[in-house]
Design a protein around this ligand. Structure first.
Ligand SMILES: NC(=O)c1ccc[n+]([C@@H]2O[C@H](COP(=O)([O-])OP(=O)(O)OC[C@H]3O[C@@H](n4cnc5c(N)ncnc54)[C@H](OP(=O)(O)O)[C@@H]3O)[C@@H](O)[C@H]2O)c1
Length: 312
């Protein structure tokens, strides 16, 4: 891959392509949806709060006049909601060219559960997207050079899958549970690519991370269940803000993975700066545990079992 700076101007024309972006209300998802819309794609903003989604859609319309946008409800912390979303898309029968599995929560302070009883971060960040991708597979298979981009994180490097306690029932630590979910996302992206090649699904699966981007992530998740909204995190955030980049820059690795002719199936893209915290998109480093093919297959089987989704 070239080392020259890659910007939104390098996104190929997306006219005629249908893209779905999860968590498009704010942060990286918003910027991803905005840039895709400005490049001509029809974009579905898949969001858990449709009023917030409508406001995001209005803002994007102002930045991308004439863009074709739709807001649809999707709560990744509910398999019923994921299934309803996928069923509606299948009912419409329009092939999907791009799915960006972006939504996420981070460092939820106390162990909380999804509607189906999964630990919230593992359930939302990984299992929800796992079930969503399975549900949309028939449409992705009919997409034009379809891609699935999954948003992981630098923290996967310090994470491990706790096979004996996937749902963190015995010991819950917020960042450890988040790290597991983001490692799971990365393993999922790689296994999806492997299976796509094996079964001839015809879609490209890759992954990206934004480095450290200034979004709601550092305050939203950690504040779930807390009253002192943001006080402690904002202090720390100010101290390290010089290491970070804005949300639009943080979305570039995702956009590269989603649209660049140089992006590859099974690839992982992140910023090229020091410690991959900020910079222009390039191939990112994957820690050993993110390259463990057997773990990826094992996680897939476990995810199928607990979500009861089928890949056909
Ligand atoms: N920012 C960083 O430095 C960083 C670093 C590494 C990885 N990431 C990853 O980047 C992705 C985007 O995060 P961000 O930084 O842009 O944070 P953000 O601004 O907080 O955005 C998170 C998005 O996820 C949505 N979301 C949360 N739970 C959901 C659910 N159950 N169903 C549907 N949508 C849900 C949120 O919706 P609401 O608006 O309704 O809350 C919001 O749109 C995440 O996967 C995160 O792990 C971010």
């Amino acid at each position: 891959m070239a080392t020259v700076t890659w910007t939104e101007r390098d996104i190929p024309d997306q006219t005629g392509r249908l893209a779905i972006v999860t968590g498009a209300t704010s942060g990286l998802g918003y910027e991803t949806a905005r840039a895709l819309a400005q490049s001509g794609a029809t974009v579905v903003l898949a969001v858990r709060d449709v009023d917030k989604g409508a406001r995001a859609s209005q803002r994007i319309s102002q930045q991308a006049p004439g863009a074709t946008l739709e807001v649809m409800r999707l709560d990744l912390a509910s398999l019923d909601s994921v299934q309803s979303f996928a069923h509606e898309m299948v009912r419409r029968d329009r092939p999907i060219d791009l799915l960006v599995n972006n939504a996420g929560v981070m460092a939820v302070p106390t162990r909380q559960l999804t509607q189906d009883g999964f630990e919230l971060q593992f359930g939302t960040n990984h299992l929800g997207h796992f079930a969503l991708t399975a549900g949309l597979l028939p449409l992705l298979r009919r997409g034009r050079s379809a891609r699935v981009v999954s948003v992981s994180s630098l923290v996967h490097k310090w994470a491990k899958i706790n096979w004996g306690d996937l749902q963190r029932e015995r010991a819950y630590r917020p960042m450890s549970a988040y790290g597991q979910s983001k490692l799971a996302v990365l393993l999922f992206a790689k296994e999806l690519q492997r299976r796509s090649v094996l079964h001839g699904w015809g879609l490209m699966s890759n992954a990206a991370h934004p480095g450290f981007a200034r979004t709601g992530l550092q305050t939203v998740g950690p504040n779930l269940g807390r009253e002192d909204k943001g006080k402690s995190t904002q202090g720390g955030y100010a101290l390290i803000s010089f290491l970070s980049q804005d949300a639009a820059s943080g979305a570039l690795p995702t956009l590269f993975a989603a649209t660049s002719p140089d992006a590859q199936g099974g690839g992982y893209y992140g910023p090229d700066g020091r410690f991959e915290l900020k910079g222009t998109p390039r191939r990112a480093k994957i820690a050993r545990q993110g390259r463990a093919d057997q773990d990826a297959a094992r996680l897939w089987a476990l995810s199928e079992a607990v979500t009861q989704v089928t890949w056909s």
